[in-house]
Design a protein around this ligand. Structure first.
Ligand SMILES: Cc1ncc(COP(=O)(O)O)c(C=O)c1O
Length: 404
């Protein structure tokens, strides 16, 4: 298979020499489905990498985007504000149990903001020696330099040592103590990019009382994916900073936020000559169209009782997961709410002409109408929250058939 000679597009995390645009071009979407250029209707079994929430092209979000685009498309947040960003900041602060929101675009940008905020917070607070970051083993927080530095997936970061800094693993004894620690950063409940690894609640408890500043990364887990609006609500974690992205706009537009406690924000206040303001910002921060989409998505959580729906779906999926677990080709099924990783016994499966056995399984699923991407030996299943029990059962049946 070869790349279309007309394509000038370079895809992320994709070996372009093996990519065939004719096989995988999505041209439209509706609800839980993507439609490819060959006219096939494909269930989005990874919610477009954990972004989609209420289904694609939800009419309520589409309407609010169109309406906002004709009122105020964009205006900078550098020294100015707009009512939509104001409303969203207030709403996010409320649902995170915090007080202020700082906007960026992608998840990694929210992490960069959190890291820089932590550093400048300690400078402003008179403890400039606090410069060390602590993260969990197998952590993943994004692909920009700071986010990579607090991540722990070797394959993704080993080439980029020249632009990253050292961080310590929380699991090393006393890593989170010491007067040089700026912050501990944690993915609550599920380490998604590590292959849907489930976090230890005991570790969350240990973490909660111990760190001078706790950053909780809800970029993958936020907005209902684990059964509650935010995963940290199910844990002992009490964040000073919460990073959100991905599902914030329901999966329609890039928008992320770093939501902070009053004490963080307050440390940045002062007279102009003191230069205490946060030295960080992006051109499209708080874009009104993206903020309108986010507000519409949050409205849908109430209108459509999304969290109640997720509870029912999670129960249905755990029944499916128990039967999958019995199959010879499956080592383990790890699930939390509607985030699930099915780890294959790849030694019992052939790769055939695919890169690995797991990629072959993903290709087989696509042929049966389900789009997913493996992480290592783990097939992900993270369906949109609007899915039906029948669709979850359909995925489990298709996976069993492919593995057989
Ligand atoms: C927990 C977590 N943090 C941060 C990110 C980075 O988000 P983005 O890809 O939007 O930069 C991801 C992406 O998968 C993630 O899973």
């Amino acid at each position: 298979m070869s790349v279309s000679t007309r394509s000038r597009l370079w895809l992320p995390f994709t070996q372009m020499a093996a990519f065939d645009a004719c096989e995988r071009t999505f041209v439209r979407a509706s609800g839980a489905y993507l439609f490819d250029a060959r006219g096939r209707r494909i269930f989005d079994a990874i919610s477009s990498v954990w972004t989609n929430v209420h289904g694609h092209c939800h009419p309520h979000i589409v309407e609010r985007i169109a309406e906002q685009a004709s009122i105020l498309d964009h205006a900078t947040l550098l020294g100015a504000t707009n009512p939509v960003a104001e409303a969203l900041a207030a709403r996010l602060a409320e649902i995170c149990g915090l007080q202020y929101a700082f906007f960026a675009s992608d998840g990694a940008s929210a992490i960069e903001a959190a890291l820089k905020m932590a550093l400048q917070f300690w400078q402003n607070a008179g403890e400039p020696q606090r410069t060390r970051f602590v993260r969990l083993r197998s952590a993943y927080h994004g692909d920009t330099a700071g986010a990579m530095s607090v991540s722990d997936i070797r394959l993704f970061k080993e080439r980029f040592g020249a632009i990253t800094f050292e961080s310590r693993a929380f699991e090393e004894s006393d890593a989170a103590r010491g007067d040089d620690v700026a912050a501990v950063i944690v993915e609550p409940l599920v380490q998604a990019a590590a292959g849907m690894q489930l976090a230890s609640r005991a570790q969350h408890e240990a973490l909660s009382g111990m760190t001078p500043l706790l950053v909780v990364d809800e970029i993958a887990t936020g907005f209902g994916r684990t059964g509650t609006m935010f995963a940290f609500e199910q844990t002992a974690l009490r964040p000073d900073i919460v990073c959100v992205g991905k599902g914030l706009t329901g999966g329609t537009l890039p928008l992320s936020a770093t939501v902070v406690a009053d004490r963080i924000y307050a440390a940045f206040l002062g007279a102009a000559h003191e230069h205490r303001q946060f030295f960080h910002g992006h051109s499209y921060a708080g874009n009104p169209i993206a903020c309108a989409a986010a507000l519409a998505s949050l409205e849908l959580f109430e209108r459509e009782r999304t969290l109640e729906r997720v509870a029912g779906l999670a129960e249905c999926w755990s029944r499916q997961a128990r039967s999958l677990q019995l199959l010879d080709g499956i080592r383990e099924v790890r699930s939390c709410g509607l985030m699930s990783g099915i780890e294959l016994r790849t030694e019992r499966l052939a790769a055939s002409d695919a890169a690995t056995p797991a990629w072959r399984v993903a290709a087989g699923l696509y042929e049966r109408g389900f789009f997913t991407r493996p992480i290592g030996e783990t097939v992900q299943f993270v369906p949109p929250l609007c899915s039906t029990p029948e669709e979850l059962e359909g995925f489990a049946r298709a996976l069993a058939a492919v593995i057989a």
